[in-house]
Design a protein around this ligand. Structure first.
Ligand SMILES: Cc1ncc(COP(=O)(O)O)c(C=O)c1O
Length: 369
């Protein structure tokens, strides 16, 4: 008989979700607004010490609103990490703008600051924005990237979809840019089943995003429109799940970091394995434990794990290697291609035990060359 399936990152409820959902039902706010939405937003404001937060249907929607509010439109250039998930990129296309991709560096696996400067200088037009991802919950090289964007006057949208709770110099990821974005998709460190959050220090920007997120309704008793928007707000029921999840964020980060340490204890002496690094002065949430193999074939290892009912996944396929972006401009150094070819994400759900980690490692070791 097969052992129980180990998923990559399954939802982990705190136990309080049903209580808050019941409260939401009692209030009859079965709608994309209500007290739970406000509480959920407040919990993000508290975590991030950021005055304005907007709960939305997804991080993809949050990124789309950020671009729209910044005035990104047809033909504009948006710089962005190549090594990321399509949800961080598709909103550029929604705005008929053009993504220009930037490769990763080997010290953060995130956007390479030296290539960023090259991209800014050589870009055919002045870039309208940078979307900066903190992948797998680990921080990008924020100090250098912020200095460059400040120098060239380019607003940053931090795609912190995967990095809720991660800090750089004791400051939360998502709070460095003009906008920050978090995801509460089913596989994230906290989940509302689906959802996102947009934050900013700037009230006018969040007010504008709220306006667009609720069908751009002008102030009138009837429906009056001078512009068009979207239906992007978060349901009060899902926000109730978010309120309960936020209460256990620090526990979840501790658990993810512990799982990473267990993997490192068991696998670190295997010379050909490199784990995703953590920049000094930063503390990631280790959403997923990710690694690369110098000699062994990650596909072989993934299939060996699958055979034993264990889910693992290749690292993100860089955007500049996607058929969709064949024609796109990319400033590359080969890092993200190599990460994709050599890497694997291991099961990292916060209900995993030391025994589960040992089970993964023993099969992984058998698959090594
Ligand atoms: C880096 C990154 N950006 C954006 C997204 C999109 O988030 P959502 O699924 O909430 O739209 C995700 C994940 O889903 C992600 O991992």
């Amino acid at each position: 008989m097969k052992q129980q399936r180990l998923f990559l990152s399954p939802p982990h409820m705190s136990g309080r979700e049903q209580t808050y959902i019941a409260e939401a039902f009692e209030s009859n706010y079965i709608a994309p607004l209500g007290p739970m939405v406000e509480r959920f937003e407040q919990s993000i404001r508290d975590l991030t010490s950021t005055p304005h937060a907007l709960a939305l249907s997804s991080a993809t929607a949050a990124l789309h609103l950020a671009l729209r509010v910044l005035g990104v439109g047809t033909g504009d250039i948006v710089l962005t990490s190549s090594f990321t998930f399509i949800g961080g990129i598709a909103p550029i296309l929604y705005q008929n703008a053009t993504p220009v991709f930037i490769d990763s560096d080997s010290v953060s696996w995130n956007l390479d600051p030296s290539l960023l400067e090259k991209a800014i200088i050589e870009s055919p037009l002045k870039p309208k924005a940078l979307i900066l991802a903190h992948l797998y919950g680990q921080c990008a090289d924020l100090e250098k990237i912020i200095a460059l964007c400040a120098h060239y006057d380019i607003p940053i949208i931090e795609d912190a979809a995967e990095s809720l709770g991660a800090t750089y110099k004791n400051q939360q990821t998502g709070t460095f840019g003009t906008f920050g974005v978090y995801s509460f998709n089913g596989n994230k460190i906290l989940t509302t089943s689906g959802g996102g959050m947009l934050i900013s220090k700037n009230k006018a920007l969040i007010d504008k995003a709220r306006f667009y997120s609720t069908q751009a309704r002008d102030d009138a008793p009837h429906y009056e429109h001078t512009d068009y928007g979207y239906n992007y707000r978060m349901s009060n029921i899902l926000a109730a799940i978010g309120v309960a999840q936020m209460e256990v964020l620090q526990e979840r980060i501790t658990a993810r970091r512990q799982i990473f340490e267990w993997y490192r204890e068991v696998l670190d002496d295997i010379g050909e394995i490199t784990f995703m690094p953590e920049l000094s002065h930063s503390k990631g949430n280790r959403w997923l434990t990710t690694l690369t193999f110098e000699h062994s074939d990650p596909t072989r290892i993934r299939l060996a794990l699958e055979e034993e009912n264990i889910e693992s996944r290749p690292l993100w396929k860089p955007m500049h290697m996607q058929p969709l972006f064949q024609e796109a401009l990319c400033f590359q150094n080969g890092t993200s291609k190599s990460l994709f070819e050599k890497g694997l994400c291991l099961p990292s759900g916060t209900q995993m035990t030391r025994n589960d980690v040992d089970r993964v490692c023993s099969i992984l070791k058998k698959g090594l060359r």
